[in-house]
Write a protein that binds this ligand. Sequence first.
Ligand code: 4AD
Ligand code: MG
Length: 429
Amino acid sequence: MKLWISDLKNYVGQTIELKGWAYHHRSSGKIKFLVLRDGTGYCQCVFAKGACDDESFNGFEQITQESTVSVSGAVRAEPRSPGGYEVTAQSFKILSRAEPYPITPKEHGPDFLMSHRHLWIRSKMQHAILRVRAEIITAIRDFFNGRGFTLADSPIFTPSSCEGTTTLFQTNYFDEKARSSQSGQLYAEATCAALGKVYCFGPTFRAEKSKTRRHLIEFWMVEPEVAFNDLNDNMELAEQFVEYIVQRTITNRAEELKALERDTSILAKVRAPFPRVHYDEAAAMIKNENPQFEIGNDFGAPDEAIVSGKFEKPVFVHHFPTAVKAFYMKQDEKNPERCLSCDLLAPEGYGEIIGGGQREDSLELLLKRIDEHHLNRADFEWFLDLRRYGSFTHSGFGLGIERTVAWICGIQHVRETIPFPRLYGRNYP
Ligand code: 4AD
Ligand code: MG
C-alpha cells in the first residue's frame, strides 16, 4: 500500500510502500540508510543485508540525491529518527535517477539559490517556511470567516492608483491603459457598503526600484474593511487578528518553527492589547536616537526599529502626518496636519506589517485630497459615489503576508517567504 510519510503513524508494524525523493543517503558496510522526503515529511529507510533483497541492497549505490524512489518495508516507531518512524526496507526501486543535483551542502550565494528557486524550495528550511506560510493564510481566512466577514476580492487590473502613482505598473488593456493593483482597499470600501464586514485577499504589485530585505514587487495582502468602525475599533480588530495568527501558527507549526530554530517564547507574548504610540511621541523617540530624523517625515526601516525596539509586542503608531499618507486617509478634525492612520510595527526589528486607518468620508475633503495628490478625478467617480450615496464612518487595514511570514519564521529576507518571489531585477524562474 502506497502511503504518505505523514500517515506512517497509523501503520506501525505493517508493510507499506513509500514514494519520494532521495534526500540523503549513506552506507556503512552491511547497513545503508536512505532519508526519503515526499513533501509531507522525512523518513529514514534502513537497508540491512539479508533483511532486504540482494538486488535492492546492491542497487543502493545507484541512488543519487533527488532521485525518485519507491521503498517497500515495515514501519517501526523510532523516536531518534526524523519524524519518529523508520522503515525497515525490504526492497526499493529507482523510478527516475537524478542528474548531479546543483544544490549541494556547500554554501551557495543568494543569487545562485534564487536562480534555482524551483529546486531550492525542496530544502528543509524552505519547506518549513512554505508550510508556515500556508498555515498563516489558513488562519487569516478562518479568523475573518469565523467573525461574520464576507470574502469579496478586488480586481487586479484597475484604472487608478491607490497608494500613489510612483509605484504603478502600467499595461495595455485593449485600447486603454490599466494599472496593476497596489491594494484592493478602494474596492473593499465599496463591498463593505454592500456587505458590512468584508475582506479581500490577493496579490498586489508595487513597482519599487528598491532592493531591501522587506520589499517585493508582487506580494500578497489581506485587507479587511468594516462599516462604522473608527480608528480605535480598527486597531482593536488588528490586534486580535495578529494575536490569533501568531498563536495558532506557533501551535500548529511548532515542528517547522523548530526546524527554523525560531525562539517561539518571544512569539508567545504576542497577546492583545498592543501598545499604541501617537506619531508625535514616536517621532520624539526617533529624534532622540537619530538626530537626522525630521519630525513630519515618514519612518525609514531604522526609525521603525528604534520605536519597535522599545516593546516586546507589536506596537501601533497612529496619527501619522497627513502629508506622508495616501489620499484616502481621514484627517484628524482637531489637527488636520495629522490623519487617522495606524501602522503596526512588529518587534525584533521586523517593522511595519500592517498599514491602515479610518477613511475620509467627506465628499468635499476627499475631492480636495484627490486634487492635492494630482490624481485624475474621473478615475475616482465610482469611489466618490460611496460618499454621495450614504457616506459612512469606516476603517480597514492591509497586512502584508510575506513580512508576517518573515517575522513569525524569524528569517531575514522576504524573498524566502513566497514560493516564487518577484524582486527588483528578478523575474525568473
Ligand atoms: O501600508 P500599505 O501600503 O497600505 C495599503 O496598501 C493600504 N491600502 C491597506 C489598507 O488599508 N487596506 O501596505 C500594507 C502592508 C504593509 O504594511 C506591508 O506589510 C505590506 O503591505 N507591503 C509590502 N510587502 C512586501 N513588499 C512590498 N513592496 C510591500 N509594500 C507594502
Ligand atoms: Mg504602509
